[in-house]
Design a protein. Structure first.
Length: 218
């Protein structure tokens, strides 16, 4: 007869679910600053990201729907990264952005450096007087697109929609609700310096601009 433990399971049988180290500590026991400078293998990231795209592609019927799904996957990461990056700031500079420009500079500098090891290339405001709520974060070479081969029939696809979702999550978490989309603006012509150049268009909600105007008057 099999040797059963008190739970009625064979001795030595493994419990389903997470496996814990012998010391009983998991990643959640580590101080938040311990992994501040840790780097992830680019090959590992490329593999995981390609699997994410494949998973999403099997559940959509068009390019816009695929980009939307990638955006949704990135959004919760952004809301969590906002708190993590602020906690890692020195105590005297541990303040949430209080205006649009402060938030966008935080994204361009702190967020991009944490994710990609460098700052975004440029930050611009829309020059169109009809769209004062639009800002652009420009990345000449998005890391997420480095190992993605897009077929000709899907040439409008920009997988940096995942990063747009992260940015949107940061904006929402900071109290600046916005819609963020990724757009390829680099040309495919031979000799083009930045063929994968991407613009992340940040369009803030009307209430954000109203609040900004009130703060400016004060």
């Amino acid at each position: 007869m099999a040797n059963l433990g008190s739970t009625g399971k064979p001795a030595g049988a493994k419990e389903p679910g997470l496996r814990y180290p012998t010391n009983g500590k998991t990643i959640y026991h580590r101080p938040l600053n311990r992994t501040k400078t840790a780097e992830l293998s680019q090959a590992s990231f490329a593999y995981l990201f390609s699997e994410m795209i494949t998973y999403a592609q099997r559940r959509v019927t068009g390019i816009q729907e695929l980009e939307q799904r990638l955006n949704v996957q990135g959004h919760p990461i952004g809301t969590k990264l906002l708190d993590l990056l602020l906690i890692r700031e020195p105590a005297r500079s541990q303040n949430r952005p209080l205006n649009i420009i402060g938030l966008l500079h935080f994204i361009k500098n702190n967020l991009w450096t944490h994710l990609f090891g460098r700052q975004a290339d440029r930050l611009e405001k829309s020059s169109n007087p009809d769209t004062p709520d639009e800002y652009m974060i420009i990345d000449n070479e998005p890391v997420v697109n480095a190992y993605i081969s897009v077929p000709k029939e899907m040439s409008q696809l920009n997988c940096a929609a995942f990063v747009a979702g992260i940015v949107e999550g940061v904006c929402d978490g900071a109290g600046f609700p916005a819609r963020v989309t990724a757009h390829t603006v680099g040309g495919k012509e031979e000799g083009e310096m930045w063929p994968g150049k991407t613009v992340f268009l940040v369009k803030f909600q009307p209430e954000v601009l109203e609040r900004e105007a009130l703060i400016g008057k004060g």
